[in-house]
Design a protein around this ligand. Structure first.
Ligand code: HEM
Length: 520
């Protein structure tokens, strides 16, 4: 049989599976709570053809459905609604209204109920298809290390290290040529970010190994993209397609772990030999914690934990940073924004003798504002901050009690673009957050920095599980942007690209080209 026949049978089988899944979605019994909810998009009560159409279109129309639900139910009635996410957890998620944001401050486990944020994190990237050792994502002790070692108080120690790495990487990667050259904007930003991140993860000299850097970037990207693609398939056929889609991420993961293992083994040996000190990097912090449990002091497991941090450290920071750079250069106010940033960076650098301390980075109020504004208008996803009830029931108001099997999320993108929260919300207004605080003016209260999570600014989450890596992300992005503004001219090649949603994710502009040259 030719490969064409195999392909044909595979396509027919896939459609068959999808049809069966649609029937299952439409006719399977659902928890009582869903019956009490308003819904947008596909609802099981629709006739089969329109149900099938809405389910399939939700792959690209999640954003439209979410906008509608936010307007009609979250805002107008202050009620949760059901958003179809056909292939994810029970076929819909419950989108809570902004009035329920205070729930995020609650303990995960209370006397009568328990919820978790981990299931949502694991399913977004479909980790079980990519990481064989479930301990990595079920026992997230590396999250504790982020909380303990990358807190606000640690930033003054890490600032000179990342500043040094950013200087080296710009000179190595963006170069010192004063003639224009065209490069891919997403990659150009990602390569700088991944070097700063690797420096903190594993230290010199391995952190500058070009193959290692490329592998870590490809792993972080392929994990996210692979997870998004796997999530487009019905769960009933994932066992068939996911292993194929995951091949790329697994390949880069295996390469990364292989390259890292000798260093991890060497550090473990030094630790066991009782050598004090050691470098001040994530690997060393992790060995100190893992040494308390013989099961965890395993070189492969430690390497896999480091690999699993590449998604926030490289993909998430690169996502935000690249959007900010492209946002500035795609803005109608580009010249004013650049002039304002350059004036501030030069002034603060002169006052502090450079930008290698956290005191100097903290003083960059406009740089902070432009990054915060970019995060506000360029969310990573349509909805975010997942909570799954695992025991008991959580009261979400209006007589609704949510039990196990239901995923709750918040309409973060709609909140960030709500005219009740921000004046002219669709506009990228770079100095929105710093303008009233120029010249030491404090009459409007305190400036809200990138790291300040509020009910109207939640790209880092909010409440008990707010991102503990945000101090590092903010500081390194500010240093990188300041360096770029002071040292390079940048222009977009072609018009700014329009962002599209794939299921819940906002697809980044990975093909945008930019022209760069070093300033003379
Ligand atoms: C710009 C970059 C980043 C963004 C946009 C981001 C965003 C987020 C969001 C939305 C959450 C979920 C919060 C919740 O459920 O309430 C989260 C959690 C988390 N992030 Fe980040 N993050 C970033 C960078 C980082 C970095 C650099 C690290 C560490 C190296 C990190 C480590 C974590 C951890 C460990 C959690 C889980 C916290 C918990 O379960 O309590 N993140 N992040």
């Amino acid at each position: 049989m030719s490969w064409m026949h195999h392909l044909l049978y595979l396509i027919i089988a896939s459609f068959g599976f999808i049809f069966v899944q649609l029937l299952r979605l439409k006719f399977s019994p659902r928890g009582a709570v869903w019956a009490k909810l308003d819904a947008v998009g596909a609802t099981p009560g629709d006739c089969l053809p329109s149900f099938a159409r809405d389910v399939l279109s939700s792959i690209v129309l999640t954003r439209k459905f979410a906008n509608e639900g936010y307007r009609k139910f979250n805002k107008a009635l202050d009620r949760p609604y059901a958003l179809p996410t056909p292939w994810v957890r029970g076929s819909s998620v419950m989108v809570l209204p902004p009035s329920q944001i205070p729930l995020l401050a609650r303990l995960d486990k209370t006397g009568d109920s328990e919820w978790t944020n981990l299931r949502g994190l694991v399913e977004t990237t479909q980790l079980p298809y990519i990481i064989d050792d479930a301990n990595i994502y079920q026992n997230v002790l590396h999250f504790d290390i982020v909380r303990q070692k990358m807190a606000h108080r640690d930033m003054s120690r890490l600032a000179p290290v990342t500043a040094d790495e950013i200087d080296h990487s710009f000179r190595d990667i963006w170069g010192t040529d004063v003639e224009w050259r065209t490069i891919n904007g997403w990659e150009a930003c990602g390569r700088i970010i991944s070097r700063a991140a690797q420096r903190i993860l594993i230290g010199l000299p391995l952190s500058r190994d070009e193959t290692m850097l490329e592998t870590s970037r490809h792993y972080a990207n392929s994990l996210l993209v692979g997870g998004a693609i796997i999530n487009c398939f019905p769960p009933s056929i994932r066992w068939l397609v996911a292993p194929l889609i995951a091949v790329r991420a697994r390949y880069f993961q295996a390469r990364y772990v292989k390259m890292l293992l000798p260093l991890v083994q060497e550090r473990i040996s030094q630790w066991e030999a009782g050598k004090d000190g050691g470098p001040d990097d994530f690997l060393q912090w992790m060995i100190a914690i893992c040494a308390r449990d013989p099961e965890q002091l395993n070189a492969t497991r430690i390497a896999l934990r480091l690999a699993s941090l590449l998604t926030p450290l490289i993909f998430a920071i690169c996502y935000v940073f690249a959007h900010c750079v492209l946002g500035i250069h795609g803005s109608a106010d580009r010249a004013d924004i650049l002039a304002g940033l350059e004036e501030e960076c030069a002034r603060v650098s002169a006052q502090h003798g450079g930008l290698a301390t956290s005191a100097s980075t903290d003083a960059l109020r406009r740089v902070d504002s432009v990054l915060r504004e970019s995060m506000r208008v360029s969310d990573v996803s349509v909805t975010n901050i997942f909570r799954d009830v695992v025991a008991g029931e959580v009261d979400v108001g209006h007589g609704l009690r949510v039990g196990p099997g239901v995923r709750m999320v918040f309409p973060t993108q709609d909140i960030h673009l709500d005219p009740d929260n921000y004046v002219d919300p669709e506009r990228f207004d770079a100095f929105r957050f710093s303008r009233s605080f120029e010249n030491g003016d404090r009459r409007g209260g305190e400036q809200e920095f990138i790291t300040t999570a509020t009910p109207s600014f939640m790209p880092f989450g909010y409440g008990r599980h707010v991102c503990p890596g945000r101090w590092f992300a903010a500081q390194s992005m500010k240093q990188t942007l300041a360096y770029l503004v002071l040292n390079y001219d940048v222009e977009l090649v072609g018009p700014p690209s329009k962002r599209k949603a794939l299921l819940n994710m906002m697809v980044p502009p990975v093909d945008t080209q930019i022209r760069i040259r070093q300033k003379v």
